[in-house]
Write a protein that binds this ligand. Structure first.
Ligand code: ZN
Length: 192
């Protein structure tokens, strides 16, 4: 069975946030270390669009979280928590957030993307041109870099695919240069 099949089975083929049925797809709840049912939800197009593009947010749509925040699945709760945090200024989402209880490790997961924090408190990774980097992006090195613990040099222009961001430090990302996993400073990379 695919992840989508599993999610359809657990949700009865409805959006796990709003119970809509419009163009349901698997939505992976970032950051994803292992793809699978536990780190995904089934979400309709309306929900997915608004999660991904805050500009298209229709606060009233998210009244659905009143129900879905009580889901038995952590991945659903995490998305509910993030959307309520994003909408906090509306008032009612704040009341729902106050009622919500997440296990400590689930709360850590919910907070991992910086949702609900003031913009200034977020850890944002930017490349040499100031472009925001995200987990899974590909970058190229803009200068030769010594590979720590070896005599080798990673050449300028080398592509590093599927980087991961250091969650505590906005200056560091991690990625594979050839076979070697290395920590790279963001100002030495350019997003491609
Ligand atoms: Zn939905």
């Amino acid at each position: 069975m695919s992840v989508k099949d599993d999610l359809e089975a657990r949700s009865g083929s409805t959006c796990e946030l709003c119970t809509g049925t419009n163009n349901l797809e698997v939505f992976e709840v970032e950051p994803v270390s292992i793809s699978g049912v536990d780190s995904s939800i089934l979400a309709c197009e309306t929900c997915r669009t608004q999660i991904e593009d805050p500009e298209q947010m229709d606060a009233n749509h998210w009244r659905c979280l009143n129900d879905s925040m009580w889901s038995e699945y952590d991945s659903v709760k995490v998305v509910a928590w993030r959307m309520l945090s994003r909408l906090k200024s509306e008032g009612w989402p704040k009341d729902l957030l106050d009622m919500m209880y997440l296990e400590p490790e689930v709360l850590d997961w919910a907070k991992a993307t910086g949702e609900g924090l003031a913009e200034a408190d977020k850890i944002i990774h930017r490349d040499v041109n100031g472009v925001i980097l995200e987990n899974g992006d590909s970058v190229v090195l803009v200068k030769d870099l010594k590979i720590k613990g070896s005599s080798q040099v990673a050449k300028q222009g080398t592509a590093v695919r599927r980087i991961s961001l250091d969650r505590e430090n906005a200056e560091y990302i991690e990625g594979k240069v050839g076979p070697t996993m290395m920590v790279i400073i963001t100002k030495y990379v350019k997003k491609i």
